[in-house]
Design a protein around this ligand. Structure first.
Ligand code: HEM
Length: 495
């Protein structure tokens, strides 16, 4: 046991470090047990001590200061250590393409552990192989094409409910990031699960509590096997939350099933939950999914379906409130397309300026910071020979602000970059803009999120002129996604 431990914690990492360094993959040196996590934690603490200047839109040095420092020292691709786990940070677009477009299953998802496992289970975000194909097919159907068009009226209803609350803040300040959390929770509840935010409120509350535990324990190194003999206060709490979360989602599922059993409905419904239940009851056992799969899938869509989009909305409103010329342009376009009528799916697709603004917000304030994979077997990545079980980490923000791709003004808000469409931005480099990743595991909710954001912004712009409150403090920080730490305070001027 002792010699295995010595190998795992010291000789193995040192040997791996030499092997990778000899190929040119340099990086901060491995430290016993912690790897580089202590340095990472202290650099991150230091970087967020003071707020940013309002004109600073390059978040990389603030949110990922360790990568910013090490990129300067070690180049575009380098090696870091998360505990005794080697991780290669990759920012070269050609290598990123090899990783994200892999069809042979070499670059696999990392199975979440501890509190993250309780949040995501084994749903679509982490599933692999046949299970992934089955779940992805269901989600593709539920969140694309015609299904998306059918969701428009539910989205409009949710935005209407939010704007009703905003009436009490006209001419005054409102903190919009909280509002957008409520809104996006309501939208995903209505569109995917046929309920309202109020019904799903305890589910969202529990997920946020798990989110807090994940954030608190990120980079905490636990000795292998220790968990089996000693459980921390956070472990015990997250066990309890996981159980309650499971029970709450199950009761939502049962409610839908009971309606069919009682003859109140002749099918499980056309929304995402309905399609999951249909597959659960499929006559072909090979096609079926279990109840636990349904619960995990609901968890994934509750969390992925609202947290990211609310962050996107907060940053876009922040940007519109300081770049008022773009706010005016976007409003002119919205009024031209919809007048004062409610947005429609066809009209949303015609909003060119608003799309450019949303893309530029996603480039600068990308809600998801990085994409991580585990190398399943020995593989050649560009010129590097990567051994199995090494992780690769693509910090998408590093590509989004790369001046070699985007030009010297990469750190500035310039929606005109996207004037010729997504494919023609960034010198047609398709790996330069990755807010939704790319390849087979790219975001299944991409169109849903962009539609929801454009719909919400259209309805806000039809009614209000947005001005940034002097109380706003510019402090992007990471909590699951990249959030405005102190919210986004906006003054609403009725038009
Ligand atoms: C602005 C909003 C959003 C952003 C920036 C975003 C970003 C991402 C990214 C970067 C990934 C890839 C993660 C990886 O490969 O490690 C991803 C995957 C995923 N996203 Fe999103 N997302 C957004 C909205 C949504 C919404 C609204 C939903 C659900 C309705 C959703 C559901 C998912 C799912 C299920 C996956 C996993 C797909 C798979 O592995 O096959 N996302 N998202």
């Amino acid at each position: 046991v002792f010699s295995r431990l010595v190998y795992k914690l010291w000789l193995g990492p040192i040997h791996m470090q030499q092997k990778l360094q000899s190929q040119g993959l340099k990086g901060p040196s491995y430290k016993l047990l912690h790897g580089n996590t202590k340095e990472i934690i202290s650099m991150r603490k230091e970087a967020i001590k003071a707020p940013c200047d309002l004109g600073q839109h390059d978040m990389f040095p603030r949110i990922l200061p360790h990568l910013n420092t090490w990129m300067k020292l070690y180049g575009k691709n380098f090696l870091i250590w998360i505990g005794n786990q080697p991780q290669i940070v990759v920012t070269e677009p050609e290598l990123v393409r090899e990783i994200l477009t892999d069809k042979e299953g070499v670059y696999r998802k990392i199975k979440p552990i501890s509190h993250a496992k309780k949040l995501l289970g084994d749903g679509l975000v982490v599933a692999e192989g046949e299970k992934w194909s089955k779940l992805r097919k269901l989600a593709n159907h539920a969140f694309h094409g015609e299904s998306l068009k059918d969701m428009v009226s539910a989205m409009v209803e949710s935005v209407d409910t939010m704007l009703e609350r905003w009436r009490y803040h006209e001419g005054k300040e409102i903190e919009v990031s909280k509002e957008f959390k409520l809104l996006t929770s309501d939208v995903i509840s209505r569109t995917a699960f046929g309920s309202s935010y109020v019904e799903g409120k305890n589910i969202f509350d529990m997920m946020m509590k798990l989110g807090v535990l994940i954030a608190k324990n990120t980079f905490k190194i636990r000795l292998f096997g220790l968990k089996k003999i000693w459980r921390s206060k956070d472990d015990i709490e997250s066990d309890k939350i996981e159980q309650s979360l499971h029970d709450s989602i199950l009761s939502l599922v049962k409610k839908r099933e009971d309606k069919v059993k009682a003859g109140e409905s002749d099918n499980f419904g056309n929304d995402f939950l309905g399609s999951l239940l249909k597959v659960h009851h499929d006559i072909d056992p090979k096609s079926r999914i279990s109840v636990d799969d349904i619960v995990d899938e609901c968890k994934v869509f509750y969390i992925a379906g609202h947290e990211t989009t609310s962050t996107l909305l907060s940053w876009t409103v922040f940007l519109l409130s300081i770049f008022t010329e773009w706010q005016e342009k976007a409003r002119d376009e919205v009024v031209q397309v919809f007048g004062q009528e409610k947005p429609t799916a066809e009209g949303i697709a015609r909003l060119k300026i608003l799309t450019m603004i949303v893309y530029e917000a996603l480039r600068l304030y990308s809600p998801v910071l990085s994409i991580t994979r585990r190398v399943h077997r020995n593989i050649k990545l560009g010129k590097y020979e990567i051994p199995a079980n090494v992780q690769v980490n693509v910090p998408t923000l590093a590509l989004h602000r790369n001046p070699e791709i985007w030009g010297k003004d990469a750190h500035m808000f310039k929606p005109e970059r996207f004037a010729e469409g997504l494919a023609n931005a960034a010198n047609r480099n398709s790996m330069a803009f990755l807010p939704f990743a790319a390849g087979p595991r790219s975001c299944v909710g991409n169109n849903f999120a962009v539609n929801e954001a454009k719909m919400t912004l259209s309805m806000i712009l039809q009614r209000y002129r947005l001005a940034l409150s002097p109380n706003y403090i510019h402090a992007p920080y990471q909590f699951l996604t990249v959030q405005p730490q102190h919210g986004v305070q906006i003054i609403l001027h009725l038009l």
